[in-house]
Design a protein around this ligand. Structure first.
Ligand SMILES: [Zn+2]
Length: 403
């Protein structure tokens, strides 16, 4: 670019910054900018080659009058993925001597957000902890970002402590803790029991049974009706070979969230078998399936029928059940049993169809997120799609519409 043109562009940029900075000084506090302002800045950034961009950033004076221009520029740079430049812009603001403390704290928070975007979580953590002690006005926001960091790093004890510190800032209404927004759209009240359950899992993996129990007790104090908490208590009872207690705990799941009934079946089956109460298990499966038709319950009952009444009765049960409730996994199981029992008479093309169905059934999701629609083969308590906690559930059967 020729020098006169470069000079003209830089002059315009500085003039825009000065004008916006001057306008800002009359308002005293930061106001949301119009979309035209961001469009203008965006256009300016898009039009600049890399080298000129650095000159442009360096050319802007840092003072109270140009503060908002710097903030808007840093925000846009981070949004465009140019995190290193955003960091430089926000560091310039922090190093400036004539910036009001309130504005310094804003820049401090933005710099922490830059570090999070860059994956420099340790640096972001230090900045946010400093900000909590320096600025009560920004402490809540800083705590939300810290929760995100601890969540990413699987530091569940710190995540729970930080989430609790947000809760303690709010009053209780009618004996119940008021909802407090967390780092995403979910309330901290929803996140906390999951953080303690994750901590419980961690302690179990490390062989610390006492630590696991303490974490689970903390989860129950946050939300005793949380289905995940009940499932974990059942797992601890099962590890102790306390089968009666495991059954009693797992039966609570129906009243907490019947969508999770299929998750109780593997342990229930072992417990009822150990106690010689297979008939009770059969009654439980039939009653549950009548109330809550899901593929997991249907297949568990079919397996149970196969174990006690033979494969033909099990296949007959599946075929009958799927007359008005179809499931790919159920269909595959039905054909598999037919193939096993009558292999000689099956034509080869049916075997190919079976193989295709097996692949389809293995790829089709068994769990679905109720918030974003993410589908998976395994139960995730933290949705990889929308980052929600507890939004993924086992899938039900598809009802066939009557013609
Ligand atoms: Zn989701």
């Amino acid at each position: 670019m020729a020098d006169p043109i470069l000079f003209a562009v830089l002059f315009c940029a500085v003039a825009i910054g000065w004008l916006f900075g001057r306008a800002a000084s009359t308002r005293h506090r930061m106001q949301p900018r119009s979309s035209d302002y961001y469009k203008g800045l965006n256009y300016l950034l898009d039009a600049k080659p890399d080298a000129e961009m650095d000159t442009f950033i360096a050319s802007l004076d840092v003072n109270e009058e140009t503060f908002e221009t710097h903030m808007a520029l840093g925000h846009l740079l981070r949004k465009k993925g140019e995190v290193q430049r955003a960091i430089r812009v926000h560091q310039n603001l922090l190093n400036a001597s004539d910036i009001a403390p309130d504005h310094q704290h804003s820049a401090h928070l933005e710099l922490a957000r830059d570090y999070i975007s860059a994956g420099l979580l340790d640096r972001a953590e230090h900045l946010l902890l400093d900000l909590i002690s320096e600025s009560p006005q920004r402490a809540v926001e800083a705590r939300r970002y810290l929760i995100e960091i601890y969540q990413t790093e699987r530091e569940w004890e710190k995540a729970a402590a930080m989430a609790s510190s947000l809760l303690s800032k709010k009053a209780f209404f009618g004996g119940k803790q008021a909802d407090v927004p967390g780092p995403g759209e979910q309330s901290v009240n929803v996140l906390l029991p999951h953080f303690y359950c994750e901590l419980c899992e961690q302690q179990l993996q490390q062989g610390n049974r006492r630590g696991a129990e303490e974490a689970l007790e903390a989860a129950a104090r946050e939300d005793g009706s949380n289905v995940r908490v009940t499932l974990m208590y059942a797992r601890l009872a099962f590890n102790d070979a306390d089968y009666e207690q495991t059954i009693s705990l797992l039966h609570q799941v129906e009243h907490q969230d019947p969508d999770f009934l299929p998750e109780t079946l593997p342990l229930l089956k072992v417990c009822y078998t150990e106690l010689g109460r297979q008939h009770d298990f059969s009654l439980f499966l039939r009653a549950s399936l009548a109330k809550y038709p899901t593929t997991g319950l249907m297949l568990a009952l079919a397996d149970h029928v196969k174990d006690f009444e033979g494969v033909e009765n099990a296949a007959a049960f599946l075929a009958d059940y799927m007359r008005d409730s179809v499931s790919l996994r159920g269909l595959y199981r039905l054909l598999l049993w037919q193939l096993e029992s009558d292999q000689d008479q099956l034509p080869s093309h049916l075997e190919i169809a079976m193989e295709l169905m097996k692949q389809l059934s293995e790829k089709s999701p068994a769990y679905r997120c109720h918030h974003c629609g993410f589908g998976g083969r395994h139960l995730h308590w933290f949705c990889p799609g929308c980052k929600f906690w507890g939004s993924i559930k086992p899938m039900g059967v598809t009802k066939v519409l009557s013609q």
